[in-house]
Design a binder for this molecule. Structure first.
Ligand code: GDP
Ligand code: IMO
Ligand code: MG
Length: 433
């Protein structure tokens, strides 16, 4: 049995949560393998709406087992809030949500460090979600982190030592921030935050802590099927994204191997998900960004505001140079196109097929996309039809069919699922072969 992976091909918020929920009935186990509560995965069905942050999106369909893998960073306080809200809506997860003992813990001081790092960068700040993601992964790589398994062994002493180290770093970052004319980060309120966080630690203990690499490999051996849910997007990958304006984990398919302990030869289908246009939250380069009323129109129709921070998402046309790159990095076998309905009312739609870099045309994603990139567009006739009501691809207008065919040709990969609205039911599985 193989492990399938679903991940974002752009800068996040492609609609991963919605499609993981749609695909869950085909699987026995759903897992998260990287990222943390910087994610906000939205699901809508039966008139209800949920936004998941650390909990996999496979919890709503048919009592499946969900696993938070070793590659994830977990904030027990935010986890408690999320799990309690779900329990109140009738979704008790204590018996079917497992947590890897090797997942790293986000401490209250990691959040402060995140803010202090940003302040010390001044104008060069990343625009992080402020959830302590970077500092937690930094502690992991510098071999200072605390893991879920540590909760069971002399935890208070380990916690106190980590906190002390963090407070010293925050003091020195504050000096840097002030030197740049910025605000120092205050530690006021840390004790209350700590008290709630410790409550979160106690709450977490109701869930099964597992050696997830063994558990998942045993499931695979027993013929069970696993779906891995990516967070963020490939253009935010720490190695291949628009560095340094990236997140701190490997968001690409290889991250599922390290983030779960699954060998590369166990990976089966790789579902690459993208919007019919492009968005980005936070700072960093975005070659096809639209600063005009077209960008504002996409934002308004697509409700492009962050699920976690409420920040405005920057909007632009679809970037096929970037998509070809992320399809290559991930070994995508099937594409999923989201939010096509947002472009319903446009006379024409554009797609960037190449970049002009210092006067030279290229179809390959360059080392830096910071400056001097002129996107080259192909303009196509819009479909001017309400796609959100379509139930099958036979109902698609010809212009939309042409757009799909154009994308498949450019991307050399089949588009097998199309989403035409936020609801679970507004999903069209295409006929294959
Ligand atoms: P994720 O982080 O990749 O799971 O995506 P988000 O949940 O952050 O952002 C996707 C947003 O688009 C959510 O508000 C979804 O409800 C919404 N959405 C998903 N698919 C569609 C679609 O096909 N059409 C429209 N109009 N909205 C969609
Ligand atoms: P989902 O899973 C969109 C962005 C932040 C910032 C950068 C680094 O919902 O697609 P971080 O807090 O990770 O250190 O921030 O990454 N970012 C996301 N953008 N969707 C996400 O998750 C994101 N998670 C982080 O805005 O630019
Ligand atoms: Mg999101």
């Amino acid at each position: 049995m193989k492990v399938d992976v679903l991940l974002g091909l752009q800068w996040g918020d492609e609609g991963k949560g919605k499609v993981v929920d749609v695909l869950t009935p085909n699987y026995d186990i759903v897992t998260r393998f990287q990222g943390g509560p910087n994610a906000g995965h939205t699901l809508e069905f039966n008139g209800e709406k949920y936004v998941l942050r650390s909990i996999p999106s496979g919890i709503f369909q048919g009592g499946k087992i969900n696993i938070i893998g070793n590659g994830v960073v977990l904030d027990p306080l935010l986890f408690m809030t999320e799990a309690k809200e779900l329990a109140q809506s009738g979704h008790d997860l204590t018996q079917r949500l497992y947590v890897s003992k090797k997942a790293h813990l986000i401490l209250p001081t990691h959040r402060l460090l995140d803010k202090a790092n940003e302040a010390a960068k001044g104008k060069a700040k990343i625009g992080t979600t402020g959830k302590g993601i970077g500092p937690t992964y930094t502690d992991k790589v510098s071999r200072n982190g605390l893991r879920v398994g540590d909760i069971l062994d002399n935890f208070q002493a380990k916690y106190a030592a980590a906190k002390q180290r963090h407070l010293e770093t925050i003091s020195s970052l504050n000096l840097l921030a002030v030197a740049k004319g910025g605000e120092p980060v205050s530690t006021d309120g840390l004790e209350e935050l700590e008290a709630s966080w410790m409550e979160g630690i106690e709450y977490l203990k109701q869930f099964k802590f597992i050696d997830s690499e063994h558990v998942i490999n045993n499931y695979i051996k027993a013929g069970k099927s696993v779906l891995c849910e990516g967070a963020q997007g490939s253009l935010l990958d720490v190695d291949f994204g628009s560095y340094p304006f990236v997140t701190s984990s490997n968001t690409i398919c290889a991250g599922a191997c390290t983030g779960l302990g699954v060998a590369p030869n166990k990976i089966g289908e790789v579902f690459g998900i993208f919007k019919a246009y492009c968005t980005r939250v936070g700072s960093g380069p975005f070659p096809t960004e639209l600063f005009d009323e077209t960008g504002a129109k996409i934002r308004a129709i697509g409700h492009e505001y962050g699920a976690v921070t409420g920040r405005e998402r920057r909007c632009g046309w679809i970037d096929l140079v970037a998509l070809r790159y992320t399809i290559m990095l991930n070994g995508v076998t099937q594409l999923i196109m989201m939010k096509s309905d947002v472009l319903d009312g446009f006379e024409t739609v554009k797609a960037c097929t190449a970049y002009k870099v210092n006067g030279e045309l290229t179809r390959e994603f360059p080392f830096s996309i910071e400056e001097g990139i002129e996107p080259q567009y192909v303009e196509m006739k819009g479909w001017n039809t309400d796609l959100s009501k379509c139930k099958s691809e036979d109902e698609f207008p010809q212009e939309f069919k042409d757009y799909i065919a154009f994308l498949e040709k450019e991307l050399e990969t089949p588009i097998t699922i199309l989403s035409v609205g936020p609801d679970r039911d507004q999903t069209i599985l295409r006929k294959r072969g």
